[in-house]
Design a protein around this ligand. Structure first.
Ligand SMILES: NC(=O)c1ccc[n+]([C@@H]2O[C@H](COP(=O)([O-])OP(=O)(O)OC[C@H]3O[C@@H](n4cnc5c(N)ncnc54)[C@H](OP(=O)(O)O)[C@@H]3O)[C@@H](O)[C@H]2O)c1
Length: 278
């Protein structure tokens, strides 16, 4: 529900505080609804992040789109608004803690609350370790690990009980990759550790759930750059012999973001077509 006078959003019904669990009976599909929830999606200017924003919006959420390329965010916000949804944009470089603080201030000014953070912004580089320069390694850590922490910290400071943070990790945090990706793999494993710690710090004290989503390989601008032979090796490692599709990841994200996962925290949900099961 949105208050037309103030522009603020009120969840209907309020988010489930994981410390008490659901207090009223609700049909199971209703627990996935995001009506009135304000969701910040980082890295929403392309790929999976843009898809997540569309999916959350279609489930009823007000979305705050964040990334560096503001014009791409504006185009997506326009698309969502044309379907009657509420969406705003904010330019943000997640590697900069002050930029993350400004992102949260902008979301609070515009919508009055933040219920969910989708920590999706990410950088994937493939450089042989012996040739990797310090600034290349640091750039990946700055976005994929530090950026996840800065954004989570700023959001958690304003979130109420029942809020949810979903950190987008990767199967490369769990298994060896197909290209030389030391920095990327290290940060994605680190995100899973960070997730556990934040879940434990903020769960009982603040009623905030924190989980990771670990996608396998999904079609995106990132995977568009993978050479054909390597792509065949990758898909050959899945049980189904294919890349994942956005809709298949959206469903898993919606679960973690919504009250459907009110007893789920500190975990990593792997969505990889069976790639890491052996
Ligand atoms: N696609 C896959 O198969 C796959 C698999 C496993 C995990 N993932 C993870 O999923 C997430 C999204 O990846 P994708 O495949 O959708 O890649 P993508 O299309 O390249 O999108 C990456 C997004 O991150 C944003 N970003 C990068 N650096 C940023 C910064 N410093 N500050 C703010 N935003 C920044 C980019 O926006 P701007 O350039 O506009 O800032 C862009 O929106 C990443 O965390 C990635 O590691 C993807």
């Amino acid at each position: 529900m949105t208050d037309a006078m103030s522009g603020t959003t009120t969840p209907s019904p309020p988010p489930v505080d994981p410390r008490t669990g659901p207090q009223t009976e609700m049909p199971v599909l209703e627990r996935f609804r995001m009506d009135g929830r304000v969701v910040v999606v980082t890295g929403a200017s392309s790929g999976l992040g843009a898809g997540f924003a569309r999916a959350l919006s279609s489930a009823g959420a007000t979305v705050v789109l964040a990334a560096r390329r503001k014009e791409r965010l504006e185009a997506l916000a326009e698309e969502l608004r044309s379907r009657g949804a509420l969406a705003s944009t904010v330019a943000c470089d997640v590697a900069d803690p002050e930029s993350c603080a400004a992102m949260v201030r902008a979301a609070m000014d515009e919508h009055g609350r933040i219920d969910v953070l989708v920590n999706n912004a990410g950088l994937g580089t493939a450089v042989p370790a012996l040739k990797e320069r310090p600034e290349q390694f640091r750039a990946v850590v700055d976005v994929n690990l530090n950026g996840v922490f800065w954004a989570a910290k700023e959001c958690a400071a304003v979130m109420g009980p029942g809020s949810s943070i979903v950190n987008v990790a990767s199967v490369l945090g769990l298994t060896a990759g197909f290209a030389p990706q030391a920095a990327y793999s290290a940060t994605k494993a680190a995100v899973m550790g960070l997730t556990r710690d934040l879940a434990s710090q903020w769960g009982s004290r603040r009623g905030i759930r924190v989980n990771s989503l670990a996608p396998g390989y999904f079609a995106s601008e990132m995977t568009d750059e993978i050479p054909e032979k390597m792509l065949a090796d990758i898909t050959g490692k899945t049980i189904f012999g294919r890349l994942g599709r956005q809709a298949e990841l959206d469903a898993a994200l919606l679960f973690l973001a919504s009250d459907a996962a009110s007893f789920v925290t500190g975990t990593t949900l792997v969505v990889d077509g069976g790639m890491t099961m052996h």
